[in-house]
Design a protein around this ligand. Sequence first.
Ligand code: 5AD
Ligand code: SF4
Length: 440
Amino acid sequence: MKTFHLTTFGCQMNEHDSERMKGMLAGLGYREAAERDGADLILFNTCSIRENADNRFITHLGEAKRLKREEPSRIVGVGGCWAQSVKEEVFRRYPFVDVAFGPGQIHRLAEFLASDSLTAQGYFEFEGFSGDLPMRRERAFQAWLQISQGCNCACSYCIVPSTRGRERSRRPADLIEEAQTLVGEGVREITLLGQNVNSYGRDLGKEERIGFSELLRELDGIEGLDRIRYTSPHPKDMREDVIEAHATLDSVCEHIHLPLQSGSSDVLKRMRRTYGRDRYLDRVAMIRERLPDCSLTTDIIVGFPGESDRDFEETLEVVEEVGYDGAFTFLFSPRRGTEAAELPDQVPHPVKKERMARLVELVQERATERARRFEGKTVEVLIEGTARRDPGALRGRNRQNRTVVFDGTGGVGQLVEVRIEATTSQSLRGTEVLASRTFA
Ligand code: 5AD
Ligand code: SF4
């Protein structure tokens, strides 16, 4: 039996795509190898969102080159966004690569492997959803559901529209059927994936077109599906109906990841985000009013070209005002082919670093404050495993997506109630409430 080793970089969409690759490889008779040096097929699923994603991958690719030299019959494959962004150039720069493919051509990997082709092959035209391929899930009780692929936005810093193409939605009937199958297999929590989930459906034909909030409602109707999450929505499409869905549908979790990127309307304009600071804060106000218990998290880019001290202060103001439960913070990284890479007034690296340090401190301060709202409360936790630093304790997440570390007896994949006693910067700490009411 042949073996493969797959390394995944990047976002949840890539993790999902990797599960599909594994499912497809299992169908071809491949078994997963624990180590890269024991594999006949060395695969990478790459990301290109920021320069450090590229750099990390290139180091790994160096090892693949060495392994291929030792054993030339090994196959080296590179899929995902970085492959899509460089296309055929991958073979010129890294001649030991046998097969390269973008996110819309994962099924071509199977074709390549089945054909015994001796010449290197690249596949870069979108042909299908990875969501239509067989899947090998990492966890029995949680699953991804790819609802769309690609993005129609034109954010000036972002490489995704050029790597994943225009937005295409999968058919609602296919999604519902897939969700039903997953639940039948024991899945309790589904995370809907798309580059811009809340513009779901706009490209579908009239007869089958539904919007994102309707999709949430349909999925909520599936018996046995306890939790629905999604990522990422775009603030411009965060309408009342979606917020209402959170308020009225039991399975839709109280967590919204709402990427801010910058708190300055000037910067947002140059980012081509199509909303300003006030519009964003309006959405937040609407969420806070309708969903007082909802967690809000965000993405913020520091040091976008032309970001002045004042612009940055405005980002801090928004962070202060919103009080996020958490934020992913990124140094602006010029990506080739994007508009922002060519903009004047690139911010010097030391300035970016200094701003980042201030931002991270404020985010953490506010996030810790926000977490305190759970102290003394009993929350529902889906158990994911044992605690990383304390194997005697259990670990899971509450509906607001906070990590909870607790003492208890529940099993992995069960929903239990946990009383929260303390807050650390990373997690909530508590004890399982026994007997009174268990969900599982
Ligand atoms: N530089 C820095 N951060 C970026 N992101 C996307 N492109 C870039 C870039 N060129 C960030 C955005 C996005 C997240 C997934 O990555 O904040 O929401
Ligand atoms: Fe995901 Fe974007 Fe990275 Fe592609 S470039 S893997 S879509 S984060």
